[in-house]
Design a protein around this ligand. Sequence first.
Ligand code: FAD
Length: 316
Amino acid sequence: KVTEYVRQAGGRTLFSLEIIPPLKGQNINQLLDSIEPLMEFKPPFVDVTYHREEVIDKQLPNGLIQRIPVRKRPGTVGICARLMERFKVDAVPHVICGGFTREETEDMLIDLHYLGIDNVLVLRGDAEKSVGVFMPKAGGHCYASELIEQVVSMNHGKLLHEETEGTPTNFCIGVAGYPEKHLEAQDLDTDFRYLKKKVDAGAEYIVTQMFFDNQKYFRFVERCRAEGIQVPIIPGLKPLSTKKQLSILPRIFHLDMPPELVAEVEKCDTDQQVRQVGIEWGIQQCRELLAYGVPVLHFYTMGKSDNVLQIARGVF
Ligand code: FAD
């Protein structure tokens, strides 16, 4: 379990990463090969994101439009199995509310249990792009806290429609936290109230949204502790790699770019230079987080890991 790894490390900072499944039809070995060099840092666990279906409009020969739900990045559960087999790491699949009924979620959690997976990161999931606001599937959960309750029930052997108790699952539950506020939350107070609700419902650790200014993380941790949230808070880190991300990341993830980082990136003529700036910034960020004593440095690799490798070599 993620929390056991953190406890056993006894204050030493661990290294971990998140990967996203390849686009449908692409070769999985390419993704696995790309993270192989990172195994040098002995990640005890690797997260695998889950992606909801998006509705696409397909024109039929008769001119009518058919709306078809398509998952562009399927394969989360299969990738978890491959990760465990090839790298002997624990896989942490993300489990989302969006696009699933409670029954479908139950079946997926049973699949994970059969695979010997004992960790899940429980999330609501984002809104469908074409809809713009989060809509649960009929019979699905509206918030991560509701999905946590379902996982906790299964950990107690309780299934949705069975009279008798089943074999208990053994999931350690992680959740997302937002040092710069979740984009939909009206204010930080509200966001902390719901984060506390997730922990009270059974979340055992928090992984943060990416941030580029460590002060945001430090303040977030202080506020969590003040609110009585005592679980480990794992910083999520993404090395900046293109100039475009200066505007894209704040818009999508609701975060601030430190002016010093923006100034350095603005001086670059090519994305290769930006990548180098991102690596240097990442190394400074990680050194400070290590000195602070974070439990894990958790990297969002987004399919490319050369920059994460260089940062890890610079700090571990
Ligand atoms: P919640 O905790 O449910 O919160 C959602 C919003 O509702 C917040 O604004 C919160 O303040 C508010 N809220 C919560 N409970 C209530 C309530 N009871 N009443 C009213 N308001 C409430 N997305 C994916 O699709 N797949 C992934 O694999 C994935 N991985 C992620 C990993 C990490 C580390 C992070 C930080 C995010 C990830 N996301 C992923 C994105 C995530 O799904 C979105 O940020 C989503 O919009 C919110 O998810 P959540 O679990 O934080 O939601």
